[in-house]
Write a protein that binds this ligand. Sequence first.
Ligand code: CS2
Ligand code: MG
Length: 412
Amino acid sequence: MIIDRAEVVVTSPDRNFVTLKLTTDDGLTGLGDATLNGRELAVVAYLKDHVVPLLLGRDAHRIEDTWQFLYRSAYWRRGPVTMAAIAAVDMALWDIKGKAAGLPVYQLLGGASRTGLLAYGHASGKTTEELFDSIRSHQEQGYRAIRVQTGVPGLKSIYGIASNATYEAMQGVRYDHEPAQRGALPNEEDWDTRSYLRHVPTVFEAVRNEFGPELPLLHDAHHRLTPIQAAQLGKSLEPYDLFWLEDVTPAENQEALRLVRQHTTTPLAIGEIFNSVWDYQQIIREQLIDYVRSAVTHTGGISHLRKVLDYAAQYQVKSGMHGPTDISPVGMAAAMHLGLSIHNFGIQEYMRHGAKTDEVFQQSFTWSDGYLHPGDQPGLGVGLDADEAGKYPYVQAYLPYNRLADGTVHDW
Ligand code: CS2
Ligand code: MG
């Protein structure tokens, strides 16, 4: 079964998506997600100019060999662009192998280890009232676990707040639906750590008083705190028993988490901007995190993320795969197949894609009573309507960035 066609499909229904479509000489097709938010075209070029020529004529069944070939023959390893490109090839080949076998991919990965995947949704509000309404609406949508993001008094805009439509262009579009804003340049946002650290614990106190002790609550600090500030936040949130506190400090320096661990027992989730098992080696070996946040799309595909999660399992660290709207329906399907098969599944992030996106990508997953399931169609269970995709050409979009009051650039 030879790969005889490889297409890189770029479409922008509700947001930009990059999809690799492989076709074999006996007509089987496979899809892979290569979407890297705000840098999509870099992966398109990497695929079109460097990877596609290497795929044509290869045996589509040899997934691991193709992975190693693309990773080692590039000489230049790792990094978000390379690992998103390799991920797309890997996903497409697992899709093809599932179709060739007539089995859903999770069956090829060892079968189901559970009946469904607990998922969390994004509740948010500039005010506590708005936040309470958002939590209730997510519970009505069936979510059994809720991520809580809140506005901070004094800050104009902050990551993850749905109703933060400060930009004319965003009027009517849910802000957290798509953090990357369409436009020629990235938007500048403001940040102040001390007001955030003062405010967030009061919000979780209010949420616990309103919704009780059981509801699993998550929060994303989105890489903005120094290690000691992260320790302070983790400690101040302990009374509210969070499911996890995410990206509490930038983790390029993995040792930074030691200081956080020294001061708090709040569970920690890290890794959505990591791309390989080597980014996790120390923080998993030293038990410095509790959840691996990587997405299949950004971590070398199903083959490599499975290795990360197998390594994590030795340390009782669980999965918490990244699943915002900039992970395409193909990337989400791959995450669900992997999540259903591994033993150390923790939770899956699930933000619903927009209506146009659902037209472009035909999906077979199910969402019921707070649990996702990838479905039982052969392969990944996602189709791509080329005509629909063709209606939405790429639109330049950038993630925002932060500046402090004194003008210093800060993590967004
Ligand atoms: C976030 C993402 O979902 C999350 O946990 O950190 O929304 C992130 O900001 C985007 O994926 C960036 O593209
Ligand atoms: Mg995050």
